[in-house]
Design a protein around this ligand. Structure first.
Ligand code: SAM
Length: 279
C-alpha cells in the first residue's frame, strides 16, 4: 500500500512525500508531533502537520540561520536560540570557535525528547558542554534577560499557536533589549512567494526595533516554494561588510563565505516588496 504525507501549505497549495513508515505520533501539551520516514528526504519532523525539518536537507536552513549572524558578529560569545527544539541550529552554533555559551529556549520539551530519539544527526549538538536547554516561552525569556546575548536566533514554527507572538513588534523590541550593545538577531520569516505580506511585516517590525535590518534567502526544499527568507536585525554590524578572509572555517555543506554575501542579493520582486516599507 502506498502511504503519503501531505502538508497543506495554504488553502490552495499542498505538497506530498511518499512515506516508508510512521515512527512516532503524539499530541503534546502544545501541538501534534510526528516523525515519519520519507522516501525522498529520510526522517521528517512535523508539528501540527507542518514539515519542520528532514534528515536529507536540514543542513541548508540550520547553517543559514546560524552562520550568517555568527560570522557577522566579530565575537559571538553568548548565543540564544528560541524554538529550534530539533537541535539543528544549536548543532551549527557550537561549531563556531568564538561561542562560549549557547542557550536553547524551547517551549515544548517533547520536541527535544523526540528529536533526540529519532533525529540524532540533527539533535546531537544538544549534548555539547556549551549548551543549556531551557523549557520555557522564548517571549518571557527575552523580557527577563536584558543586555545578555550577542546573537539571538529565532527558529520558530509558523505564526500560529505558541509561535504567533514571536512575529510581533513587541517581541522584536524585547529581543533587541536582550541583545548586548552590538548584538544581532535573525528570524525565519517565511516565503516571499506565498506569504509576501508576512515577509514585509516582519521586515518593518524588525526595522522598528533594530537600526540595520536586512533580508537574505536560502533554498530550503521542504518549505513552501523552496525560497525562504531570513531577516537579520543588527545594532552595529552590517552582514554585507564582513571581511571575507575573517570568516571562520569549519565543516558546512551549504554555507560558504561566497554564499554569505550571495544570500543578500535579492531578486527584483523581493526588493520591490521590501521597498513597500517606505510607502
Ligand atoms: N524552522 C522550523 C520550521 O519553520 O519549520 C521550525 C523548527 S523548530 C521545531 C520550531 C520550534 O519552536 C517548535 O519546536 C516549537 O515548539 C517552538 N516554539 C514555538 N513557539 C515558541 C515559543 N513561544 N517559545 C519557545 N519555543 C517556541
Amino acid at each position: 500500500m502506498d502511504l503519503w504525507v501531505t502538508e497543506k501549505q495554504t488553502e490552495i497549495m499542498a505538497i506530498s512525500y511518499k512515506v516508508k513508515k510512521t515512527l512516532h505520533s503524539e499530541k503534546t501539551e502544545f501541538q501534534e508531533l510526528a516523525v515519519v520516514e520519507t522516501e525522498q528526504f529520510g526522517r521528517m519532523l512535523l508539528l501540527d502537520g507542518i514539515i519542520q525539518t528532514t534528515i536529507g536537507e536540514e543542513f541548508v536552513y540550520h547553517e543559514m540561520m546560524a552562520h550568517v549572524p555568527l560570522n557577522t558578529h566579530p565575537n559571538p560569545k553568548k548565543v540564544l536560540v528560541i524554538g529550534g527544539g530539533d537541535g539543528g541550529v544549536i548543532r551549527e552554533v557550537v561549531k563556531h570557535p568564538a561561542v562560549e555559551q549557547a542557550v536553547l529556549c524551547e517551549i515544548d520539551r517533547r520536541v527535544v525528547e523526540v528529536s533526540r530519539k529519532y533525529l540524532p544527526e540533527i539533535s546531537c549538538g544538544l549534548d555539547d558542554p556549551k549548551v543549556t536547554v531551557l523549557y520555557a516561552d522564548g517571549i518571557k525569556h527575552v523580557k527577563e534577560n536584558p543586555n545578555t546575548y550577542d546573537v539571538i536566533i529565532v527558529d520558530s514554527t509558523d505564526p500560529i499557536g505558541p509561535a504567533e507572538a514571536l512575529f510581533t513588534e513587541d517581541f522584536y523590541h524585547s529581543v533587541a533589549g536582550a541583545l548586548t550593545k552590538d548584538g544581532i538577531m535573525v528570524a525565519q520569516t517565511e516565503s516571499p512567494f506565498v506569504t509576501p505580506d508576512l515577509v514585509l511585516s516582519c521586515y518593518k517590525r524588525i526595522s522598528s526595533a533594530l537600526p540595520l535590518t536586512k533580508v537574505y534567502l536560502a533554498h530550503v526544499p521542504v518549505y513552501p516554494t523552496g525560497m525562504w527568507s531570513i531577516t537579520m536585525g543588527s545594532k552595529t554590524y552590517d552582514p554585507e561588510k564582513v571581511d571575507k578572509t575573517k570568516i571562520s572555517s569549519y565543516p558546512t555543506r551549504y554555507y560558504t563565505p561566497e554564499i554569505h554575501y550571495a544570500a543578500f542579493a535579492l531578486p527584483k520582486f523581493v526588493q520591490d516588496l521590501l521597498n513597500e516599507k517606505a510607502k
